[in-house]
Design a protein around this ligand. Structure first.
Ligand code: 3EB
Length: 330
């Protein structure tokens, strides 16, 4: 008998991740910023995006006992229903003149796909992709577009209707290191699209030779206890970026996208709240440091104090997008 998946995502203020890792339900702990703690537990991941203000740890709790380990490049943890995994690869050129980022994402996603099957957690629910210089390069030479080509090739032929929810965000360093972490399950979730946005996997050619491989959100398996998993969402309506000169208006458009996405989710799970609340957890990615305060103020006005959120300095994958939000909702 397969146990149904349970997952809680929390933001916890602590100076050290040890107490969180001592909990046998803990699947993952993520520390943000270049000054974040180091720890060699495979469940601990440092993400070098600078937080705005205090930097809580993000903690994923499943149903213990959680087992964990490392297998070559892969760090992993599993509770019998859910798997956390992470791979970080230094970018390196591939065969046939493939760019470094394309070759590396191809290699990484091929390894990820093989690892899921090998461990018996074949259903990818949610993926985060962090790379630096995300919008460097012109036209189809842009690193994000080449990342999309490599990701699709590494994933292999997959039904677009089974793609995971995802975030692809630019680090603001020069590390040339691709960092990917994920949540996978033994049983599938239900990918969800947003009626206000064209499915990313159907974006027209003008955005690159390979449309991005992600769904707008993932509804968890119905018999478990897990939040809705929200992909990175920005001020894109249809397939076009909006309000390119105003971060505040982009933020309002992003929240309108979430209103629409949450109604689509509620059509299938009527118990999900229509608005973000105390059981939501948001990560807010802001491109320009000098726009952080404006974003924080607008979030205070729109969400009030009760919706936990972490603001991070990070580059969105279209140059004109100043802000993007992802998270979980229950
Ligand atoms: C967008 O809506 C903004 O390539 O995995 C958001 C979430 C975005 C995931 C990805 C990209 C990705 O197109 C960018």
């Amino acid at each position: 008998m397969l146990q149904p998946p349970h997952l809680a995502v929390d933001y916890v203020d602590a100076s050290d991740p040890q107490a969180l890792l001592d909990d046998n339900n803990t699947l993952a702990v993520i520390g943000f910023g270049t000054h974040a703690a180091h720890h060699d537990d495979p469940r601990y991941l440092r993400v070098a995006l600078q937080p705005h203000g205090p930097a809580p740890f993000e903690v994923w709790r499943g149903s213990g006992p959680v087992i964990r380990g490392r297998d070559g490049d892969v760090a992993w943890a599993e509770d019998g229903a859910l798997q956390f995994g992470a791979i970080e690869l230094d970018e390196a050129a591939g065969p046939d003149g493939m760019s470094d980022i394309e070759a590396t994402s191809d290699r990484l996603y091929a390894r990820l796909s093989e690892f899921l099957l090998q461990r018996g957690y074949p259903h990818l629910l949610r993926v985060w992709n962090y790379l630096d210089g995300i919008t460097h390069g012109e036209g189809d030479e842009e690193r994000y577009r080449q990342f999309c080509v490599g990701r699709a090739r590494g994933l292999g032929p997959v039904d677009p209707a089974s793609l995971p929810a995802a975030t692809a965000i630019g680090r603001v360093d020069s590390e040339r290191r691709l960092q990917v972490y994920w949540l996978a399950a033994r049983v599938p979730g239900t990918p969800l699209e947003n009626p206000r946005q064209i499915s990313a996997y159907r974006y027209p050619r003008q955005y690159g030779p390979q449309p991005p491989s992600f769904a707008r959100a993932m509804l968890p398996p119905a018999d478990g206890a897990m939040p809705l998993l929200l992909s990175g969402t920005a001020a894109i309506v249809g397939h076009e970026s909006r309000h390119i000169d105003s971060v505040v208006t982009q933020l309002d458009e992003t929240l309108a996208n979430f209103d629409s996405l949450l109604s689509a989710a509620r059509a299938q799970r009527s118990t999900l709240p229509a608005q973000f609340g105390p059981h939501s957890r948001l990560k807010v990615y802001v491109r320009q440091l000098d726009e952080m305060d404006a974003v924080a103020a607008e979030l205070d006005a729109r969400l009030g104090p009760d919706v936990p959120r972490i603001l991070l300095h990070a580059a969105v994958c279209r140059r004109e997008l100043r802000v993007e939000i992802d998270g979980v909702h229950a």
